[in-house]
Design a protein around this ligand. Structure first.
Ligand SMILES: *Cc1c(COP(=O)(O)O)cnc(C)c1O
Length: 238
């Protein structure tokens, strides 16, 4: 990936975001782009940084922490991949937002580690909207019970919901998935709890972020669209 290609990709993604916002009567500043940099080398991230990118998404703790050390400190790192409890301690003070909280036991661990450091961890609850067997995430029908429990964790601040939609050729197929996540967030927002807000909807990837924006995404996670194809054998992103 040359710097010129990266620049063109970013411009193209920006244009698509603006178009989707326009189409759905939303403000551009209400949608945040997370540049999903997993598998890409530090040099490439530095170039993206040079082009103005300040929010990067990573799906592995070790990769996130290594890149965290190597890059400027005004970057916000988003942990977007499945998080194992024994790795929470490595990422808790480095991730600005953990998108992938998918169990109460994980939330308990985050609470424990955040408390130790006297910080509040910002998280999203990952919801398995489409009910895919292979995916992590809370079942929509279990969300109510989950949020009831989260209220007991003072060092956690729930900012919203996240979902990974199925891989589809036609992004329109995911429109109902995005609409469902949005509806869930509206329902939860009604039950006002002190440490739960529903200001963030993290949904939409390279193949379907335009549709996700039309359905209310406030964060889109775009990897391939920004950095090009990833070259590795085991992409567990989907
Ligand atoms: C890899 C990944 C993305 C980005 O995927 P692209 O299709 O390359 O845009 C988004 N979200 C999650 C959770 C991922 O793991």
């Amino acid at each position: 990936m040359t710097e010129q290609m990266l620049k063109e990709n970013l411009q193209a993604v920006e244009a698509q975001i603006q178009e989707a916002c326009k189409k759905s009567g939303r403000k551009r500043e209400d949608v945040t782009l997370v540049a999903v940099s997993k598998t890409h080398p530090v040099e490439t991230l530095k170039e993206a940084y040079g082009l103005g990118i300040r929010i990067f998404g990573e799906n592995k703790v070790q990769e996130l922490t290594e890149k965290y050390e190597a890059l400027p400190k005004d970057i916000k790192w988003h942990m977007i991949g499945h998080l194992q409890r024994n790795k929470v301690k490595h990422v808790i003070d480095k991730a600005a937002l953990i998108h992938s909280v998918d169990s109460l036991r994980l939330a308990e661990e985050i609470e424990k580690e955040a408390k130790k450091r006297g910080i509040t961890a910002n998280i999203l609850i990952e919801v398995n909207v489409a009910g895919e067997e292979s995916k992590f995430g809370i079942k929509p029908e279990e969300l109510g019970r989950f949020t009831e429990k989260i209220v007991e964790f003072p060092h956690i601040c729930v900012k919203g919901l996240m979902t990974i939609a199925p891989y589809v050729e036609d992004p329109e197929k995911n429109r109902p998935v995005f609409a469902s996540l949005r509806k869930l967030s509206v329902d939860i927002a009604r039950e006002s709890a002190h440490n739960i807000s529903m200001s963030i909807l993290s949904m939409g990837m390279t193949g379907d972020y335009r549709v996700a924006i039309e359905e209310g995404a406030t964060i889109v996670r775009v990897g391939t669209g920004v950095f090009g194809e990833r070259s590795y054998a085991h992409d567990n992103g989907r």
